[in-house]
Design a binder for this molecule. Structure first.
Ligand SMILES: CCCc1ccc(-c2ccc(S(=O)(=O)CCO)cc2)cc1[C@H]1C[C@H]1c1ccccn1
Length: 240
């Protein structure tokens, strides 16, 4: 296939992010704090500051019954669903369709008082990966979002402060075949979701405010997004 201008960066980031997402929290270095837990969902963060700005890496692990990794990644990647589940989104534009699995987005997020409003430009890539740990197991699906430049939308020109992020959503489908050899239904599948993100807020914002926002918003985001996928897929045929 022909490679596009971002391909080398996309391929490198995907490999790096997937490797990190697949590591257990214990292997990801020290200093991870469990800061939110709700049923199967566990959210960890590490307190890190760069130039006095909070850039706390976040890692969330969740297991959701009745949906597949392909379905989760499709609803996360595809712009037509984003306003349905991304509550902090004020505006989203697809700046470029590089290929059917690689898009460039411009998003403005709702302002969080007292911080100024933020925007972000990022490429988003969705990919199926071979399940090298379980050959005949279902494939692994991932979406990686990574900040990128856009000459048409230079940073910090308008009212918004440009943020910089790297996000990886890694989904591993599990099938629990029914005893009696019956066909696989949604009751026989679950998806292990790993969500990793590092967000640099771009301009100064009070550490206490940012940490409070993340503590409130990340659990809400993951629960709302997974509930959305469950509702959207419940009467549809399984997509592996
Ligand atoms: C000062 C930082 C403000 C801020 C910057 C960035 C983001 C943000 C952007 C993108 C993505 S995503 O995972 O790529 C899904 C596509 O939208 C997640 C989060 C959220 C907030 C703020 C609005 C808060 C928030 C935090 C966590 C989750 C959702 N919203």
């Amino acid at each position: 296939a022909i490679q596009h201008r971002l391909w080398p960066e996309v391929d490198r980031l995907v490999k790096q992010q997937v490797a990190m997402a697949r590591m257990g929290i214990g292997e990801c270095g020290t200093g991870w704090q469990l800061f939110a837990e709700d049923g199967e969902m566990k959210m960890y963060r590490r307190e890190e500051e760069v130039d006095g700005m909070v850039v706390d890496p976040l890692k969330a692990v969740h297991v959701v019954k009745g949906i597949t990794g392909h379905e989760v990644c499709d609803y996360f990647f595809n712009p037509k669903y984003r306003y349905d589940w991304e509550t902090t989104l004020e505006h989203m534009t697809v700046l470029e369709t590089i290929s059917d699995d690689t898009l460039v987005f411009l998003q403005t997020h709702k302002r969080i008082w007292p911080a100024s409003q933020r925007d972000v430009v990022f490429w988003s890539h969705m990919r199926k990966l071979p399940n090298d740990q379980d050959r005949d197991g279902p494939d692994i699906w991932t979406v990686v979002n990574n900040s990128t430049e856009s000459p048409e939308h230079p940073a910090n020109v308008g009212k918004c402060v440009r943020i910089y992020l790297t996000v990886c959503l890694l989904c591993q489908t599990r099938v629990h075949p029914p005893k009696d050899g019956a066909p696989i239904t949604r009751n026989n599948v679950s998806c292990k979701i790993t969500y990793c993100s590092v967000v640099n807020p771009g301009g100064w914002a009070p550490a206490s405010v940012l940490r409070a926002v993340y503590k409130r918003e990340y659990p809400k985001f993951l629960k709302r997004f997974t509930s959305y996928v469950i509702n959207q897929t419940k009467n549809k045929p399984l997509m592996f």
